[in-house]
Design a protein around this ligand. Sequence first.
Ligand code: ADP
Ligand code: MG
Ligand code: MG
Length: 252
Amino acid sequence: MSTLEIKNLHVSVETNDGPKPILRGVDLTISSGEIHAIMGPNGSGKSTLAYSIAGHPKYTVTDGEVLLDGENVLEMSVDERARAGMFLAMQYPVEVPGVTVSNFLRTARTAISGEAPPLRKWVGDVKDAMTKLRMDPEFAQRDVNHGFSGGEKKRHEILQMELLAPKFAILDETDSGLDVDALRVVSEGVNRVHAATGLGVMLITHYTRILNYIKPDFVHVFVDGRIAEQGGPELAERLEAEGYDRFLTPAV
Ligand code: ADP
Ligand code: MG
Ligand code: MG
């Protein structure tokens, strides 16, 4: 049983005009086995929250803390965060030319567990995970994200998550740009890992559609750099019907 605690988190992003405050006091606690949906309008700071927890260098924490089982995540390097059990599926996954999916996954697994997985078992595990995500086996020999379709990039993120077995996964708009079939496959992957390992999930999304497949225990509405409202799954249904208008400051 693990706990990820975000307390009073304030974050600024580095821009050409200097630091710009984005997160303005985020409080959120996720325990193992829980699925938290973070929903909110574009530009509200959802990706900033994900990147800050993952340790992206462009984002500076100006106040607050992030604790994983009481350990200060913000003092850890990006590698240490991954070893501690944090996983981020990015909204816009990056290309890694010259590195195959297969090598990338094995290197990541080795970095996280401190030793290379036994080759035979590893090859089998990768194959199994790819079959479950309905990925062509040839995919393993392609360069990471190079020429991948939107759906392939998202499947690859979930493939990483299945094989790296993190304690907590932050999934940043893993649903965006997916057709219904890909959305189902990706959601099944998340549900499978969640059921098998008690993965805690922060599911960031702009739309309620993915919540038909992945059932959140809690829904948080993110507006203007902080959580404006929280509730259970019924809150997502309300957002589906009403949109985000009532959370936004009317123009004067
Ligand atoms: P969301 O994921 O909710 O759409 P983001 O976290 O991506 O929101 O962005 C929040 C705000 O921070 C936006 O106003 C965005 O323009 C700004 N922002 C994020 N990253 C940068 C950056 N690298 N440079 C300038 N502004 C940024
Ligand atoms: Mg659950
Ligand atoms: Mg975003």
